[in-house]
Design a protein around this ligand. Structure first.
Ligand code: SAH
Ligand code: SF4
Ligand code: F3S
Length: 446
């Protein structure tokens, strides 16, 4: 008898878009074994948490989730396990800490999970499948029955070879590997045929796509994706400043589906800090690249990531970061207090700054950026923005005569906009006149 008949899987996802993509694939691989998917952990026969370990907080989130689901192990038949980056990092230690867990699947084992779960159920053994000896197989192609969203992620490469000194990713995701172009193109065609309008190409450093295996460059991959009929928009994340070349800057002009937005994490405004982080660029290089991007694509939106309070960051270093924020005027940023990671080289660096001081710096940085985010949003009030409608907004139908939708501009800003109640824009790119700007969104009229 099929082990998965009448079984239900619940999967929760922490971490970045790559985990969202992986969870989708895991869901699909269980579906293909005849398993059903449920949104309710308490009704599930199999509970999986796809974890992240980028910062300590992400790890704590995972442990508290696992603590909560313990009570759902109402009988021995409910299988609970973990996969993803924290699972890779901790391996068997997670089971020792939480003996009610049945399996641990590392990042290269994610497509073997139906096998792993079955093995856990049929033997007394609790499988721990981590490490990088067995290469990850190509993702399964989505069968048409799966639900395809308007905007979908496609991982084009895995792992990372950069070894930024603070970062856990090279240890938990392994060496950088690019997927084959044909496999990526086929997957995108399948997604588009089933309703996707926008694709975000994912990798830790998309600029180095194909370099190691000598296939095609990232700019060439964009060209191929741009040719896919029916696809409306292309996005990508993340780009490493040291590898951002002229061909990618040119790509924004050349390929009409490529959205004018780049997420280019800078981490700090101080060369001394960047050196300790092993980022391999100087602030001068970063500013030059931004200037080139803006010269080439005048409306390009630029977002970034920052780490505050990295080992030995002085007040002077931090002020250089604030100066960079004032100088560049980013459209938006993510910022985090530095969190020491196991394995990462910075673990051994001296760190004199107190946690309190780091939190204060984070607050000052976010406060400063808030002004620029709002300013950037205000700048486009009165303009018409091409917006991809993704669904009804929280407000939905109002006054019984208008509908409010939510979508994003090509520059990746969230827009809520109203139309007459009979209009259905989902999946279309529509012209929205922007009337109001808020800190995190825009509001307009079709
Ligand atoms: N590959 C991407 C980033 C992936 S991690 C890149 O190189 O840009 C996403 C963000 O998390 C990073 O940009 C960084 O700002 C933050 N981050 C990574 N490790 C961290 C750590 N140990 N402490 C705090 N923030 C961290
Ligand atoms: Fe981490 Fe650096 Fe790789 Fe990004 S490029 S994943 S920050 S090691
Ligand atoms: Fe987290 Fe792993 Fe992504 S550590 S940020 S889920 S690559």
């Amino acid at each position: 008898m099929n082990y998965y008949k009448n079984k239900r899987l619940y999967i929760d996802t922490l971490g970045c878009q790559m985990n969202v993509y992986d969870s989708d694939k895991i869901r699909q691989s269980f579906e293909e074994c005849g398993c059903e998917i449920t949104d309710s952990a308490s009704e599930a026969d199999i509970i999986i948490l796809n974890t992240c370990s980028i910062r300590e907080k992400a790890c704590q989130k995972a442990f508290s989730f696992l603590g909560r689901v313990k009570k759902l192990k109402r009988n021995k038949k409910v299988a609970i396990g973990v996969c993803g980056c924290l699972a890779e990092q901790e391996g068997r230690k997670i089971i020792e800490r939480m003996p009610y867990l049945d399996f641990v699947a590392g990042v290269n084992a994610i497509y073997r999970m139906p096998e792993i779960v079955k093995k856990a159920a049929e033997t007394k053994y609790r499988p721990v499948d981590t490490g990088f000896d067995n290469p990850i197989e190509e993702p399964l192609l989505r069968s048409p029955k799966s639900k395809v969203d308007i905007s979908e992620f496609v991982t084009i490469m895995r792992g990372c070879d950069n070894f930024c000194s603070y970062c856990v990713v090279p240890y938990v995701r392994g060496r950088e590997i690019s997927r084959k172009p044909e496999s990526i193109i086929n997957e995108i065609k399948m997604l588009v045929a089933n309703g996707a309008s926008e694709i975000t190409l994912l990798g830790q450093n998309v600029n180095s796509y194909g370099k190691k295996n000598g296939t095609i460059t990232f700019a060439k991959l964009i060209e191929l994706v741009n040719e896919i009929e029916g696809l409306k928009r292309i996005r990508f994340t993340t780009s490493h400043p040291k590898d951002l070349g002229d061909d990618l800057i040119e790509a924004f002009k050349k390929f009409d589906k490529l959205c004018p937005h780049i997420h280019l994490p800078v981490q700090s405004g101080s060369d001394a800090v960047l050196k300790r982080m092993n980022r391999q660029y100087k602030i001068k290089d970063y500013i030059e690249k931004i200037e080139k991007l803006r010269k080439s694509v005048s409306n390009i939106s630029i977002t970034s990531d920052f780490i505050v309070g990295f080992c030995q960051e002085t007040e002077e270093d931090f002020n250089m970061t604030l100066d960079l924020i004032k100088n560049i005027e980013f459209d938006g940023i993510f910022a985090f207090v530095y969190s020491p990671r196991p394995n990462a080289a910075s673990r051994k660096f001296k760190d004199m700054t107190s946690e309190k001081e780091k939190k204060e710096r984070l607050y000052r940085l976010l406060k400063l950026q808030e002004y620029y985010t709002k300013k950037k949003n205000k700048d486009i009030v009165g303009t018409i923005q091409k917006t991809l409608a993704e669904g009804l907004s929280k407000r939905g139908l109002f006054k019984n005569e208008k509908k409010e939708w939510t979508g994003r501009t090509d520059t990746n800003k969230i827009v809520n906009f109203i139309t007459s109640k009979d209009y259905e824009p989902i999946g279309k790119i529509v012209n929205v006149k922007i009337e109001k700007a808020f800190s995190h969104s825009l509001w307009g009229i079709l």
